[in-house]
Write a protein of this length. Structure first.
Length: 462
C-alpha cells in the first residue's frame, strides 16, 4: 500500500511551524545578547549616530561661516544702493525734464519756432542755446535709466541673499540633529538594559537552541522514515514490473525458440526431399505425352521408372500436363516462319481442331503440323528444350527429355546432399539470430535464468 503523502506533509508543516516559532524567539534573544556586547548592533547604531551628529555639526559650522559672508554682502549692497539712489536723485534735481520724451518734445518745439522765422534774433539765439543745453541734458536723462537698473539689480540681489538666510534647509539640519540625539538616548537605554540581564539571556539562548535541535532531529527522522517507506514501496513496484517484463521476455524468447525449431524442422524436411523431383516428373510427363501424341511405345519411360526404383528413389506422382489444345493454337511446319509458333483460326476450324487433338494412339495424322498446348510449351521452355514443330520432331524432343531426365537422376543424390548441408547452415544462422542453443533449442536468456534459479535454490537449501 502506498504511504499517505498528505499525512506526511501535515506532520512536516507542524515541525516547520515549531521551528519558525523557536527561531523567532532565539533571534530575539541573540539580538539582546549582541546589544549587550561591546560590538553589538546597539553599539554600532550608537557609533553611526555619533558620526552623523558630527557631520551635522560640521555642516552647521560651514553654514554659519557662509551666513556671515552673506550678511556682509547684504550690508555692502545696501550701502552701495543707498549711495546710488542719492546720486540719482541729485542728478534728477538739476534737470527740469524727467524723461527723454519730454526733452525731445521741447527740442522739436524750439526747432519749429526757429524754422518759422518769426523770432527775433536775440530770441533765436536763446532758442539755439536752449536746444544745445537740452541735447546735453538728454544724454544725462538717458543715463538715469541705466543707474535705475543698477539700483534695481542690487536690490534684487539683496532680496535673494535674505531669502538664502531664511532657507528651510538650515531648519531641517537642526531637526535632524535633534532626532540623532534622541536616537543616542534610546540606544544607551537599550545597551544598559541588555547588560543588566546578559547571563539570563545566555541561558535562554541555550535552552531555545536545544529545543530547536530536538525539533530538527524529529523532523529529519520523520522524513527519513517516510523516504524509506516510499523507497520500499517503489522498489516493490519496480521489482514487480521487472518480473513481469522478464516473464514476458522469457515467454517471447521461448515462443521465438519454438518457432525457430518448427522452422528448422521445415527447412530440414524440405532439404531432405529428393532434388530435381519436380524436373524429373516434368520430363516423364512430357515423354509420356509426346509418346501418346506420336504413337511411340512408352517402354523406355517404363524402363526409366524401373531404373528409378532400383536406384533407391521412390516413385512420385507424375504431374499431369493439360493436353487440351487452346482453340486457334497451331504450330507451323518447318517451311513456315520459324519465329512464330501460333496462328489464329476462325470459328469454322474449331471443330476440325478438336478432331485433330493429340492423344490418338493410331499414329500421326496426314497433316504433319503439330499443335502443342501452352502449358506444354511452358514446361519445355522451363527445361530449356525446344518444342517440336511437327510430328516428325517428336522423337527428337523425347530423346532430349530422356537425356535431361537422366542428368537429373544422376545428380539427384549429390544435389540433395548439398541442399541438406545448405539447410543446416541456414538453421545455424537462424538459431544464432534467435539466440537459441543448437542442442537444447532454448533461449540463452532462459538458460541463464534457469542457472540463477538453481543457484538460488541451492543457497536456500544450505
Amino acid at each position: 500500500m502506498k504511504p499517505d503523502n498528505t499525512e506526511y506533509k501535515q506532520q512536516q508543516d507542524a515541525f516547520k511551524s515549531q521551528i519558525d516559532e523557536i527561531q523567532a524567539k532565539l533571534q530575539g534573544v541573540r539580538h539582546k545578547i549582541n546589544n549587550a556586547s561591546a560590538n553589538g548592533p546597539a553599539h554600532e547604531r550608537r557609533k553611526a549616530l555619533f558620526n552623523q551628529l558630527n557631520e551635522l555639526k560640521s555642516t552647521q559650522a560651514g553654514n554659519k561661516a557662509s551666513r556671515g559672508k552673506v550678511i556682509d554682502r547684504i550690508r555692502v549692497l545696501q550701502e552701495s544702493t543707498q549711495k546710488k539712489v542719492k546720486d540719482l536723485q541729485a542728478s534728477k534735481s538739476k534737470i527740469p525734464f524727467k524723461t527723454v520724451e519730454a526733452i525731445d518734445d521741447r527740442i522739436h518745439s524750439l526747432d519749429k519756432d526757429i524754422e518759422s522765422g518769426t523770432l527775433r534774433l536775440a530770441d533765436e539765439k536763446r532758442a539755439v542755446q536752449e536746444m544745445s543745453n537740452l541735447r546735453r541734458h538728454r544724454k544725462l536723462v538717458e543715463g538715469f535709466a541705466q543707474q535705475q537698473k543698477a539700483i534695481d539689480a542690487d536690490k534684487a540681489q539683496v532680496d535673494a541673499l535674505k531669502a538664502h538666510l531664511d532657507d528651510p534647509e538650515h531648519k531641517a539640519l537642526m531637526d535632524k540633529a535633534d532626532e540623532i540625539k534622541k536616537g543616542l538616548d534610546d540606544t544607551r537605554a537599550e545597551i544598559d538594559s541588555a547588560q543588566s540581564s546578559r547571563q539570563t539571556l545566555f541561558d535562554q539562548r541555550n535552552k531555545l537552541q536545544t529545543e530547536l535541535d530536538a525539533v530538527y532531529a524529529s523532523k529529519r527522522q520523520h522524513a527519513d522514515e517516510h523516504r524509506q517507506t516510499m523507497d520500499a514501496y517503489y522498489k516493490k513496484i519496480n521489482d514487480d514490473k521487472a518480473r513481469r517484463a522478464q516473464k514476458a521476455r522469457e515467454e517471447k524468447e521461448a515462443d521465438e525458440a519454438h518457432r525457430a525449431k518448427i522452422q528448422a524442422e521445415h527447412i530440414r524436411e524440405d532439404a531432405k526431399l529428393p532434388a530435381f523431383e519436380a524436373q524429373i516428373q516434368d520430363c516423364q510427363t512430357l515423354i509420356d505425352q509426346f509418346a501418346r501424341i506420336g504413337g511411340i511405345q512408352t517402354a523406355q519411360a517404363s524402363t526409366d521408372s524401373t531404373s528409378s526404383k532400383t536406384n533407391g528413389f521412390t516413385q512420385h506422382n507424375i504431374r499431369q500436363v493439360d493436353n487440351a489444345i487452346p482453340a486457334g493454337t497451331l504450330l507451323k511446319k518447318k517451311n513456315d516462319d520459324d519465329d512464330a509458333y501460333f496462328v489464329g483460326a476462325g470459328k469454322s476450324k474449331k471443330k476440325g481442331n478438336k478432331k485433330a487433338q493429340p492423344g490418338n494412339a493410331n499414329g500421326p495424322p496426314s497433316d504433319d503440323r503439330l499443335n502443342v498446348p501452352l502449358a506444354t510449351l511452358t514446361a519445355l521452355m522451363g527445361l530449356s528444350i525446344p518444342p517440336p514443330k511437327s510430328y516428325s520432331e517428336i522423337q527428337t524432343t523425347i530423346d532430349s527429355l530422356e537425356i535431361k531426365k537422366a542428368w537429373y537422376q544422376a545428380n539427384e543424390e549429390k544435389q540433395t546432399k548439398e541442399n541438406v548441408d545448405k539447410a543446416e547452415k541456414e538453421i545455424e544462422k537462424l538459431f544464432a539470430k534467435k539466440k537459441v542453443d543448437k542442442h537444447s533449442e532454448k533461449p540463452k536468456a532462459q538458460e541463464k535464468e534457469d542457472k540463477e534459479d538453481k543457484t538460488e535454490e541451492a543457497t536456500a537449501n544450505e
